[in-house]
Design a protein around this ligand. Structure first.
Ligand SMILES: [Zn+2]
Length: 260
């Protein structure tokens, strides 16, 4: 799809925003802004449970006995489907509003390289993270910065954004997920997520004062951060998906079977 020409900005100081994506709040920006998770999703969840309970009291389809579903059961199923569609739409809408806001008001957006697939394997977090759609935020933001001519900066997966003090740079060895307020010996007391967002923003502000200039620099610190050039995003995926890699390995395992 063809978009309007990307705006070229003339301001000397590019505005950088660090974004800490979370479960409780959808995102915390380094500017101090907090973007809440849409509450209607929770409401829909409650309704969904109600409908599923309702369906269980009605005569459903049973393949073993050949039982045909009742019209009342079918009606409930239709309502479940409609609700699922509503939840998906609402979620997409919220994520699009977030990513649009990020690229509209800032030149450089700094995101974390979240191991979404790995976190989905952690069962206690799975539902929440899947619900928030963190990977989707990144995909959308990368896409939209390409249209605008601004850039996305992806912090390294292992960069300790939460454990680092955004005032003095001290890195804590351990930080419990329960602690919502970051406290440092230097006297800093700050919301945990805001601290993380500021660290992410600082990654770009300290390494390259002129934002786009990072592109021309050699990849000296691959562990710290990597810059995604706006123009390069449109062409392809940055990292191969785990599922794809598995697909390629699958035939090898199959041949082993044939030998015996
Ligand atoms: Zn400190």
């Amino acid at each position: 799809m063809r978009r309007a020409e990307p705006e070229t900005r003339t301001t000397d100081a590019p505005s950088v925003v660090g974004v800490d994506l979370g479960v409780k709040t959808l995102a915390v920006l380094s500017t101090g802004e907090m973007i809440e998770n849409p509450k209607h999703l929770e409401h829909a969840q409650k309704q969904l449970r109600r409908l599923q309970r309702q369906a269980s009291r009605r005569v459903g389809r049973d393949k073993r006995t050949g039982q045909q579903p009742s019209n009342r059961w079918l009606a409930t199923q239709a309502r479940v489907a409609r609700l699922h569609a509503y939840v998906a739409d609402a979620r997409r809408d919220g994520l699009h509003k977030l990513s649009t806001r990020l690229v509209r008001s800032h030149d450089v957006v700094v995101l974390e390289d979240l191991n979404v697939a790995g976190m989905l394997r952690n069962r206690s977090l799975a539902r929440h993270i899947a619900g928030v759609g963190m990977g989707e935020v990144r995909r959308q933001t990368e896409c939209k910065t390409a249209w605008r001519g601004s850039s996305v900066h992806i912090a390294d997966r292992w960069y300790p954004s939460s454990k680092t003090c955004s005032a003095c740079g001290d890195v804590k060895a351990k930080l419990s997920l329960k602690k919502r307020v970051f406290k440092c010996d230097c006297g800093l007391r700050m919301d945990r997520d805001l601290n993380a967002a500021r660290n992410l923003a600082a990654l770009v502000q300290t390494s390259s004062p002129s934002c786009g200039a990072t592109v021309n620099e050699p990849d000296g610190t691959p562990r710290k951060a990597r810059t995604v050039r706006a123009a390069g995003i449109a062409t392809g995926r940055l990292t191969p998906r785990v599922s794809q890699r598995r697909d390629r390995e699958a035939p090898a395992r199959g041949t082993f079977f044939h030998v015996s």
